[in-house]
Ligand binder design. Structure first.
Ligand code: SF4
Ligand code: SF4
Length: 425
């Protein structure tokens, strides 16, 4: 018997009709894109369940946590340190920004030429369809790209619990100090919200929990190096997306279980795609749930995506936080050092990202790179040109795509992607 979550959604103040419409679209897309895939690992059943309960059971868990006095913090960026949140006995969830919603109303508040990710975050708020957003006791905005930092000024008029974190845009000793000061301020704000002081013990344990989650994803990524690829890019992308809102310990356990299965599949040479299928690395803007568009187009055209150089992917998860500190201050330094390595395109200059893309091409045995840029995203679209140049110098084919969340350009994208795959063959 399925549980009726309507009273919970009502209590959260969701617009029930709009929410139902969203869930219907999401359910149909999931069935068409995910459940139609062939040769999936059985362990993906866990993620099918998570997705079927994404606004149900997981929200119920969060509501139970709240009833027990725990706070929920929502974030839009991988620069918000989960370690600090967990150490103050709160839960961090990524906020939905992967689908268009209430666009007409959004465009009354934001210019039309704003990236789909920012517009989506507004659409979910204005349309009152995101239970994660509505259950959050604090919403963290971060001053990253210009679009986001100006949009948060307006978001602050729509919600009463926005906390804005400043972030550096260059990497020097001074800007590292700025990041540390911002993280210390954030720690204080979270402590005030929860009424719980972060201790060396709680921070150490939080570092371990988040590192374990990242290590599980590292294990999954490493298995994608095999040919035939034991898991599709779509399925691996989903694991990277669920990373942001599942219970951390359960997520780690589930990903490790899938990895056990993938190891067997590799030994038996069972692939999600045939051996020798063209292998592609995707690099660029983050693909938040339920943005599966590019992966779907590439994989239905017969190539397999073997890695994502993205914040929903290796850019977001690749570094662990050193766990050698013994005091809160030493551990806060380790956290700062860890996050300071994230090579988002908002940094200038950002040569580390170019190097990382090339390292990933080699590590995952990719034959080409698709640079994924959201329309109107200046940082990533600007950086896509040096990325392409650096790859060309190494004779690595690169296709730059610029798109949004709509399906109007799907046909044209498909044609370009198919031609690119032919080039790789
Ligand atoms: S791309 Fe930059 S702004 Fe976006 S989530 Fe990643 S680090 Fe944050
Ligand atoms: S996709 Fe680009 S423009 Fe949009 S929020 Fe991210 S960095 Fe900013």
């Amino acid at each position: 018997m399925t549980t009726d979550y309507t009273p919970m959604w009502q209590e959260l103040g969701l617009d029930l009709a709009g929410h139902e419409a969203l869930l219907n679209v999401l359910g149909t897309a999931y069935t068409d894109i995910y459940l139609s895939q062939k040769n999936r690992p059985e362990g993906m059943g866990y993620f099918d369940f998570v997705m079927s309960e994404v606004h149900g059971l997981r929200i119920k868990e969060l509501m139970d946590e709240k009833a027990a006095g725990r706070k929920i913090i929502g974030s839009y960026c991988v620069f918000v340190p989960e370690e600090i949140v967990l150490a103050a006995n709160a839960t961090l969830v990524g906020l939905c920004s992967g689908a268009d919603f209430a666009m007409e109303k959004v465009e009354q508040l934001l210019p039309r030429n704003t990236c789909a990710l920012i517009k989506s975050s507004f659409g979910f708020k204005i349309g009152k369809v995101c239970p994660y957003l509505e259950s959050a006791d604090m919403i963290v905005g971060e001053n990253t790209c210009d679009g986001k930092k100006k949009a948060y000024e307006t978001l602050g008029t729509l919600v009463d619990n926005l906390y804005v974190m400043d972030l550096p845009q260059t990497k020097t000793d001074q800007t590292r100090d700025l990041l540390k000061a911002e993280y210390m301020k954030f720690k204080t704000a979270v402590e005030e919200l929860t009424g719980i002081t972060v201790t060396a013990e709680s921070l150490k344990s939080a570092i371990d929990v988040v590192n374990a989650k990242r290590a599980a994803i590292h294990r999954l990524s490493a298995l994608r190096k095999a040919d035939p690829a034991p898991i599709s890019g779509l399925d691996a992308l989903l694991a990277n997306q669920v990373f942001f809102y599942d219970n951390p310990a359960r997520f780690t356990e589930s990903v490790n279980k899938i990895c056990d299965e993938l190891e067997t599949r590799i030994q038996e040479k069972t692939g999600a795609f045939p051996a020798g299928a063209p292998r592609i690395l995707v690099s660029g803007c983050p693909q938040a749930v339920p943005n599966w568009k590019l992966h779907m187009i590439v994989e239905t055209a017969g190539a397999v995506i073997v890695g994502e150089e993205s914040c929903v992917g290796e850019r977001g998860t690749r570094n662990l936080t050193a766990d050698t500190g013994t005091t809160v201050d030493e551990m806060m330094d380790a956290i700062v050092d860890r996050y300071f390595q994230v090579d988002c395109a908002i940094f200038t200059p950002n040569p580390q990202r170019l190097d990382h893309i090339q390292e990933m091409v080699t590590a995952y045995n990719a034959q080409g790179v698709i640079h994924y840029g959201l329309q109107f995203c200046q940082p990533y679209l600007m950086e896509s040109i040096p990325v392409e140049k650096a790859l060309e110098e190494k004779n690595i084919p690169c296709l730059r795509v610029e798109t949004d969340y709509g399906m109007e350009d799907a046909g044209q994208l498909k044609t370009r992607v198919e031609a690119f795959i032919e080039q790789l063959r």
